[in-house]
Design a protein around this ligand. Structure first.
Ligand code: ADP
Ligand code: MG
Length: 213
């Protein structure tokens, strides 16, 4: 899906070699400030690399139309925006931004159920807890049905048991729909439990999968 060769971004991140395989769940772990978010942002071209090459389906990333890319490779930011308004609008906004067709309420309720949210679509988001907001943001991403899900600490606001449930749902969703998931996590337990591949980023050290991390 992605092949990264000798990519550097400023003096923040250097990836000698990394392959992200289609259908895999890849977890990115490492200390705060080591460049985990930077890696995800490189993969959907929010930022551009200064040297080296990232291939997406064998094609250099800078040659892929960024709008088409961001429909296929969708990122959940570390602090996703929740807008003033109700849950329905907050779920639909990802589809709207990527100019995908809207979906009916029954699909939205299915997503809420998947995210273990017992809420009404008309409820205002200002009453939601941090963990509930995080799950609305995740639901927004799932609705977009991207080929690749880039999730930046998707369970950071969840308690441990909800975290288990939600990550399991995300992994199942990925596997049963032939998607690819790249997830940044602080939890080595979660990484160990759910990943096909774990990539550790160590500050000021090049990432080199071939050396085995
Ligand atoms: N665009 C940027 N310009 C300058 N410094 C940045 C930029 N983006 C991130 N950084 C710095 O790069 C380092 C890595 O950031 P980040 O990828 O967010 O780390 P992590 O997600 O692992 O905590 C941090 O020290 C951060 O302050
Ligand atoms: Mg980060």
């Amino acid at each position: 899906m992605f092949e990264i060769h000798d990519v550097a971004y400023k003096d923040i991140l250097h990836v000698k070699h990394l392959t992200i395989k289609k259908g895999n769940v890849t977890s990115i772990v490492g200390q705060s400030g080591s460049g985990k978010t930077t890696l995800l942002r490189l993969l959907n071209r929010i930022i551009s690399y200064d040297q080296g090459e990232i291939l997406f389906h064998g094609q250099p990333l800078h040659r892929v139309d960024p709008i088409a890319l961001r429909r296929q490779v969708v990122m959940l930011p570390q602090n996703p925006a929740i807008y003033n308004g109700n849950i329905r609008d907050n779920l639909l906004i990802g589809l709207k931004f990527s100019e995908k067709p809207m979906v009916a309420d029954d699909s939205l309720y299915k997503i809420l159920k998947l995210m273990k949210l017992k809420k009404e679509l008309k409820e205002n988001t200002d009453k939601l807890s941090g963990g509930e907001k995080q799950r609305v943001a995740l639901g927004r991403i799932l609705l977009m049905e991207p080929e690749v899900l880039l999730l930046d600490e998707p369970s950071s606001a969840l308690d441990e048991s909800t975290e288990q449930l939600i990550i399991e749902v995300l992994v199942q969703y990925t596997k049963s729909n032939g998607k690819t998931m790249v997830m940044v996590t602080h939890s080595k337990k979660i990484a160990g439990q759910f990943s096909d591949e774990i990539v550790e980023i160590i500050k000021d050290q090049p990432v080199n999968q071939r050396e085995g991390v």
